[in-house]
Design a protein around this ligand. Structure first.
Ligand SMILES: C[S@@+](CC[C@H](N)C(=O)[O-])C[C@H]1O[C@@H](n2cnc3c(N)ncnc32)[C@H](O)[C@@H]1O
Length: 323
């Protein structure tokens, strides 16, 4: 199991990732060979064989898989073809907690193996398609301007793990963010420039304390599987949750917040904060919020509101209510 996690050996068994648009991007590249530098059990090749491809080239570190051996997190050899892959995912924090090898993280600011893998793929110079965690969208990856599009996949393509994913199509050409579309399946949502403009940064102008057991304001920060119980601010008494027993300094899903608002203004404050949150969700098609594993019962991806964005919403609301 340790090796499976360390090598990110979770295979892309279902081909939900191969939407018509992604397939068109692969075909439009004009390349005849599909090149997977993290080939695993060859699931990417199987999906593309069904679409008429017959020339494949795979690499992997695991000798048992039968491909040419290569450490593709260090270097991907330049070859003919379009790179189509699902690289290993492993957060540095999780690797460190589990006592796994941290060598790949030396000398990089990236905190997950999949980000290092994308960098190596771009260095190889080919057009490429990568299946990666959807959290890429809110990551610090520096070459987002070489993307052609991002496609969010709501269905789970794995059988032994559940990680919200998206498909990155890189044509390698540097361009303005307004030219890079974000899609959900086949549907266009918005472009990367519009998304970046919506990103909220707290000004730290108001004193706000999260995970404070004396806080009057509660935040359900994760969508529940029941579509009616979405992320929202409320009075603490309104949530059926034993904060006294369960609130910790590390809590990220349910929290109590201390912010100085007079009692008679609190109801209006909550209403306005929730309205602003809904507006952000609607305008960004939810993409600005962190994806959370497992979908809601209606098939829509669950989301988490990170405390940085929550803080920015509360600051805005504070200025509006108390002006
Ligand atoms: C997430 S799996 C994906 C496999 C396949 N592309 C798919 O989609 O089913 C990642 C694969 O990368 C391989 N791998 C992990 N680290 C590697 C490295 N440093 N160099 C090459 N392959 C590596 C693993 O052995 C595993 O087969």
């Amino acid at each position: 199991m340790k090796e499976k996690v360390e090598r990110g050996q979770f295979y892309t068994v279902e081909d939900y990732w191969l939407t018509d648009r992604v397939l068109k991007f692969i075909k439009d590249s004009g390349e005849k060979t599909i090149y997977d530098p993290f080939a695993g059990t060859g699931e990417i090749f199987s999906a593309l064989r069904e679409k008429g491809y017959s020339s494949f080239f795979g690499l992997d570190v695991d000798e048992e898989l039968g491909w040419e051996i290569n450490d593709s997190l260090v270097n991907i050899p330049k070859k003919e073809g379009i790179i189509v892959t699902n690289p290993p995912y492993l957060a540095k924090q999780s690797a460190s907690r589990k006592g796994l090898n941290l060598d790949y993280f030396k000398g990089t600011t990236y905190d997950d193996l999949y980000l290092i893998a994308i960098e190596r793929v771009l260095e190889a110079g080919n057009k490429s398609v990568l299946i990666v965690p959807e959290s890429f969208i809110n990551s610090n990856f520096k070459d987002k301007d070489r993307l052609s599009s991002i496609t969010i996949i709501e269905e789970n393509p794995f059988v032994d793990t559940e990680c919200p994913v998206c498909v990155l199509s890189f044509d390698g050409r540097k361009k303005g963010f307004s030219e890079i579309g974000i899609y959900k399946g086949e549907n266009y949502l918005l472009n990367l420039e519009e998304l970046e403009k919506m990103r909220l940064t707290p000004k730290r102008s108001v004193k706000i304390k999260f995970n404070d057991i004396d806080g009057w304001l509660a935040l359900r920060a994760v969508d529940s599987t029941d579509p009616k119980r979405k992320i929202s601010f409320s009075f603490r008494e309104e949530l059926d949750y034993d904060f006294n027993k369960r609130l910790k300094v590390s809590s990220r899903h349910m929290t109590l917040i201390d912010i100085k608002v007079d009692e008679e203004l609190r109801e209006a404050f909550i209403e306005k904060a929730n309205k602003r949150l809904e507006e952000i969700r609607e305008k960004s098609n939810d993409v600005l919020l962190t994806p959370f594993k497992g979908n809601r019962k209606d098939g829509v991806r669950r989301r988490r509101l990170d405390f940085k964005t929550a803080r920015a919403i509360l600051e805005e609301t504070y200025r509006e209510v108390l002006k």
